[in-house]
Design a protein. Structure first.
Length: 99
């Protein structure tokens, strides 16, 4: 569990760094074309880029956490569902034998 938390923290720090680098790059590109663009256009571009970056980062986080969960041998929803099904079948067998 400690390794999992450590990796999750490192992922968070990496995401923060990646977000900063992408935003700096975007703002640099935007400043080159700012003379030809109105204030509202700049703001809408920043919002759009922020949404794209957020979605990209969310996808990367989900992928990384999925890999960590798989490597960490954590139970998935499918694993839990399969166990619940087995318990239900066993309970049914026990009830039938008690009759």
């Amino acid at each position: 569990m400690e390794k999992f938390l450590r990796k999750a923290l490192l992922i968070g720090m990496g995401v923060a760094a990646l977000g900063k680098e992408k935003m700096e790059s975007f703002l640099e590109d935007l400043s080159k074309t700012a003379e030809n663009v109105g204030d509202e256009d700049i703001l809408s571009q920043i919002v759009k880029k922020g949404e794209e970056t957020r979605e990209d980062l969310e996808n990367k986080i989900v992928k990384e956490l999925g890999g960590l969960i798989t490597k960490g041998k954590f139970a998935t929803k499918e694993d839990i569902s399969r166990i619940e099904d087995k318990i239900d079948r066993l309970e049914k067998i026990i009830k039938e034998k008690q009759k």
